[in-house]
Design a protein around this ligand. Structure first.
Ligand SMILES: [Zn+2]
Length: 464
């Protein structure tokens, strides 16, 4: 498999450090607010990489952190009159349920920043001892000394003097130096303050990822990922401080593209942000998942409402083919689905080519076209082979009907049988003019949240 390594700025053959094992660290969300479409896309990219690497026979350890303390979390909590940890926890739970709703696999670990303060303190101590960090005069602030690290800028290929910087130098030696430890400020809650060798404070943002990635994956690990917006300064800083502390850190750096809305960059100031709530109100989770895979992971994904309709019909076409096979092959010798068919080599090539999922989707649609033609022409063996392939490809991408409650789930089928028998009893009672029993059955279902509607074609039920 080839992956585009942002640090090397080229496609590289992916070779795990230890054969058959892959460690991935991806920067997760800062849980200051609920997720938006960009968060979902980013998480899904690493879910898909994990699935593909697992399919290739690797045991994948995916670590995705949760930044549950930083300036923005404190600010937002203050605005809303909540404890910062209360706000963080509530948002984190929305992220978790949205990830689950989109069929993402649970990462191997989801460490929170606040749970790893000792690891961060010890990393900062190492950096100070190595001469790559310093404590500011008369405060508990500790900074990384960028001038002490000549390769600072190597991830994003820029020289120190060309880098953008915010604010003035202040107490720092160089304007690019970044905070490793931040002294507690006046008015900040006691619960957001930890003891350290430099005084009370809390960690800077970047240090958490360096500390947690190596804590879980070791001094050197395979892949570090995150959104393109994190390359600088976040990832540049992670890389510098980890190497300066003596870790070998990540072997491959991958970055996913961002989401545009109607051709424009999504931003708070433009007011065009699309929340996950907006998306879930418009489409089935499986459709959202499909849509989120339709652009290459490194490209910009554009959002407009019509894309969900397109995704819905594309997914329906794929699932519709499997349903057709079930109907038309169900009674034949080809009824049994082969769970491990040989996949089309084009699909494997596309997935191995820097996870080119849009092209892999095209291969899957081609297989459906062939399969439908074969069904038309009664070439059942060939149709069954295409069914097996499509079914497996969908499963790898987390889009197989069995992974979703699309169509009829087993629970739905069982409930339908049960209600049908109650409807039959009610019909019988009505025929016997036993309206008390008929009403009783309707009330019983009503209490369970099931609504009956009588029509010319009989009685139908729905969840009220
Ligand atoms: Zn990070």
């Amino acid at each position: 498999m080839k992956l585009y390594d942002t640090k090397a700025a080229e496609l590289r053959d992916f070779v795990p450090i230890e054969k058959g094992k892959v460690g991935i660290y991806v920067c997760g969300p800062t849980v200051q607010s609920e997720p938006h479409i960009g968060h979902l896309r980013s998480a899904l990219v690493y879910d898909l990489i994990t699935r593909w690497l697992s399919h290739l026979g690797n045991q994948v350890t995916l670590i995705r952190n949760v930044t549950d303390i930083d300036d923005k979390v404190l600010e937002k909590a203050n605005e809303q009159g909540l404890n910062w940890w209360e706000l963080a926890h509530s948002n984190e739970s929305v992220f978790a349920s949205d990830y689950r709703a989109l069929g993402m696999l649970l990462p191997s670990g989801e460490p929170r920043a606040t749970g790893h303060i000792p690891q961060m303190i010890s990393l900062i101590e190492t950096l100070i001892a190595n001469g790559h960090a310093y404590q500011a005069e008369g405060s508990a602030n500790v900074y990384f000394d960028t001038l002490s690290w000549p390769s600072y800028g190597e991830l994003t290929h820029q020289a120190l003097e060309d880098m953008e910087s915010e604010g003035d130098r202040g107490e720092k030696k160089n304007v690019q130096d970044f905070a490793l430890w931040k002294a507690t400020k006046e008015g900040e809650p006691e619960s957001a303050s930890w003891d350290s060798p430099w005084g009370k404070g809390r960690p800077g943002w970047h240090i958490e990822c360096s500390a947690m990635s190596t804590h879980f994956l070791g001094q050197t690990f395979d892949i570090h990922g995150g959104g393109l917006d994190l390359r600088f300064p976040h990832h540049e800083n992670e890389l510098a401080q980890s190497l300066a502390a003596g870790d070998r850190f990540a072997n491959y750096w991958i970055h996913n593209g961002l989401v545009n809305v109607g051709g424009q960059k999504m931003s708070k100031s433009l007011g065009n942000s699309v929340s996950s709530k907006d998306l879930f109100a418009l489409a089935e989770p499986a459709v959202i998942r499909y849509y989120l895979t339709t652009a290459h992971y490194r490209s910009v994904l554009d959002y407009q409402p019509s894309v969900l309709e397109e995704a819905a019909s594309a997914l329906e076409r794929l699932h519709g083919f499997l349903q057709r096979c079930e109907r038309e092959l169900g009674e034949t010798q080809f009824a049994q689905v082969d769970k491990n068919p040989e996949l089309p080599s084009e699909f494997i090539d596309e997935m191995n080519d820097d996870l080119n999922i849009p092209a892999a989707l095209a291969v899957m649609h081609d297989a459906v076209t062939s399969g439908n033609t074969e069904l038309d022409e009664q070439q059942l063996r060939e149709a069954a082979q295409h069914r097996d392939q499509v079914s497996k490809m969908l499963e790898i991408l987390g889009l197989a009907p069995s992974q979703w409650s699309l169509g009829v789930s087993e629970e739905h089928a069982a409930l339908d049988k049960l209600i049908a028998s109650l409807i039959a009893r009610r019909d019988q009672a009505r025929e016997n003019k036993d309206y008390d029993t008929a009403d009783e059955i309707r009330d019983q279902l009503d209490k369970a949240g099931i609504e009956l509607s009588d029509g010319p074609s009989g009685t139908h039920w729905s969840l009220s």
